[in-house]
Design a protein around this ligand. Structure first.
Ligand code: FMN
Length: 195
């Protein structure tokens, strides 16, 4: 593995702070074209990508998310004031996100095929994260509760034979990059089967 690849993998971080600076469709398409070289165990790539660009689209998106949270009573342990604070914070965040990608994988009802499709799509998402990092674009890969809710999925127009594997919020990298969370020592997770 080249030094560049090693650095890219080690230095990529989840970026939760967002800058409203625009990202162009062209830049995103270049990242996606590269990411599509992820492995997949089927005749065709199992992923689909839905794009959201700019303030109005993100306002619609967060409105649907908050609608879902209310429906599933996600914040049932909080009082109305705290819920209102959390909703405002979520709205503020999404107001600033310039570009999102909702990444899905095809479902067929066949357990093995669906498992492989999700795995391939996860590899595809990591490729997106790395290809984006290389051009100074940071991402948060989110699997918040809404992605498991079929009504939410329908409300944003994603077909029911697809499964959302991630909602990715993209932003131009600005200033200091976060430090890596320390990873566990190899000895904690590498074992010889001893056979
Ligand atoms: C499947 C998956 C789901 C994630 N969901 C969320 C999420 O819902 N919200 C969030 O802030 N980060 C989410 N993350 C990002 C992780 O918190 C992050 O990758 C982890 O803390 C390690 O940090 P790093 O990406 O900077 O190395 C998710 C990551 C993965 C792989």
């Amino acid at each position: 593995m080249s030094q560049t690849m090693r650095q890219l993998i080690r230095e990529r971080r989840t970026i939760r702070q967002t800058s409203p600076e625009e990202l162009s469709v062209g830049e995103i398409e270049q990242i996606l074209e590269t990411a599509a070289y992820a492995p997949f165990h089927s005749k065709t790539e199992p992923w689909k990508v839905y794009t959201l660009q700019g303030k109005a689209a993100h306002k619609h998106y967060i409105d649907r998310i908050l609608e879902c949270y209310r429906r599933i009573n996600l914040w049932k342990n909080f009082g109305p004031e705290r819920i209102s604070e959390l909703e405002d914070k979520s709205r503020e965040y999404f107001e600033k996100v310039p570009f999102s990608l909702i990444v899905t994988s095809k479902t067929t009802g066949v357990e093995k095929a669906d498992f492989e499709a999700v795995l391939a799509t996860a590899a595809f998402i990591q490729n997106i994260q790395l290809a984006a990092w290389e051009v100074e674009i940071g991402i948060t890969w989110r699997t918040t509760e809404n992605i498991f809710d079929s009504e939410f999925q329908q409300s944003i127009g994603i077909p029911e034979d697809e499964r959302i594997v991630g909602s990715l919020q993209l932003t131009r990298l600005k200033g200091k990059k976060p430090k890596a969370k320390r990873r566990k020592e190899l000895s904690e997770w590498v074992f010889s089967l001893g056979i």
